[in-house]
Design a protein around this ligand. Structure first.
Ligand code: ADP
Ligand code: MG
Length: 334
């Protein structure tokens, strides 16, 4: 099968009128997407990671037919953008940041039933589906209150619930944990993982590096309208070609150290005395793969391990290496 989503040379230029005094206005252009091409595979959680202003929301709005691209093509669930927009909308569950599209005078449950009707679910199916989602997301306490009484985090949860109403094979989530407290964010990520395991493809947008690492099978790092890098998290990290470091403290003989040195994947193992204890510094290519064997080897040589500090390369390091900036920088054109 083709990719679940295929994007070819998508560009988006916003035209913005800027006031200049009372009678004059100047038109400026913001190039939000500069020719994006990528493919999202069935069954994966695909991450779009980038700082504010990178173009994530623009891309998502185009894929969900809310915004027209300036040029380029895209296919979503096999349907062609601008040709089969109704079919695209019916086959996607979408949660957009900012624009939550909830009806404040309706209760949470009424909102879900209403959106179920838009997707042509029968009255019985809408009610059943709403019940299921409310139970799954633990929204029982909120479900029968009007949305205007919700906190921003609670609105966010309902917006997520709404994305599930049509049971679509593709979920598109734009910074879904943005205003959630930590336990709610964790809960939402767990639900997304479960849905993915049950077969749904997910596009997950975030500016938080750790979240992309936790959630995504593959990640596209987006910056100023361009894809800087694309791959699995380990691939992206390996692309830095940087060695990783593990520091181990305890009682470690030189024999144990030598055994570690000769493990495949170890570039260097250096043993030094620190405050009467031994510190072993292991430089390796892929510490995640190495760690179990490392501990096994040390234990086999009667070492006493008191502390292990892996110093990991992060996706943030990848971003910094490519741009010289951090993900926290706001690159939005104002
Ligand atoms: N409606 C709009 N009109 C003009 N410029 C916009 C509009 N929406 C977004 N932009 C600009 O497009 C760029 C990408 O924005 P956006 O897609 O929201 O990025 P992200 O979601 O990654 O933060 C930014 O420079 C932003 O200022
Ligand atoms: Mg955004």
């Amino acid at each position: 099968m083709q990719g679940q989503v295929r994007i070819e040379h998508l560009t988006k230029i916003y035209r913005v009128r800027q006031r200049q005094g009372l009678f004059k206005a100047k038109e400026t252009q913001v190039e939000a997407l500069k020719g994006i091409s990528l493919e999202i595979r069935p069954g994966e959680v695909f991450g779009l990671l980038g700082p504010n202003g990178a173009g994530k929301t623009t891309l998502i709005k185009i894929l969900t037919t809310l915004l027209l691209p300036t040029s380029g093509e895209a296919w979503v669930n096999g349907y062609r953008l601008r040709q089969d927009d109704n079919l695209i909308r019916a086959s996607v569950g979408c949660m957009l940041m900012g624009e939550r599209g909830l009806y404040w005078k309706l209760t949470g449950r009424e909102n879900l039933v209403f959106f179920g009707a838009l997707y042509h679910l029968s009255p019985a199916d809408r009610a059943r589906r709403a019940d299921e989602i409310i139970a799954r997301l633990g929204l029982e306490d909120l479900a029968d209150r009007t949305v205007e009484t919700y906190s921003s985090g609670q609105k966010m949860k309902l917006a997520f619930a709404k994305a599930l109403i049509n049971d679509a094979p593709l979920l598109i989530l734009d910074e879904p944990t943005n205003t959630l407290d930590l336990p709610s964010a964790r809960e939402l990520r767990a639900v997304v993982r479960e849905l993915n395991q049950a077969g749904k493809t997910v596009i997950y947008t975030t500016h938080i590096m750790a979240e992309a690492e936790m959630m995504c099978d593959r990640v596209a790092i987006l910056d100023r309208g361009e894809v800087l890098a694309l791959g699995t998290v380990p691939e992206l990290k390996a692309s830095l070609g940087r060695d990783e470091v593990i520091r181990i403290e305890g009682v470690i003989s030189s024999k144990a150290s030598q055994a570690v040195q000769s493990l495949p994947g170890v570039t260097r193992a250096t043993r030094a005395a620190v405050d009467g204890r031994t510190q072993l510094t292991v430089v390796a290519r892929d510490q995640r793969a190495l760690l179990p064997r490392l501990i096994e080897t040390l234990t086999a040589h009667n070492a006493v391990v008191q502390k292990i500090t892996p110093e990991e390369v992060t996706l943030e390091d990848v971003f910094i290496a490519r741009t010289g900036r951090t993900l926290a920088d706001d690159t939005r054109v104002k």
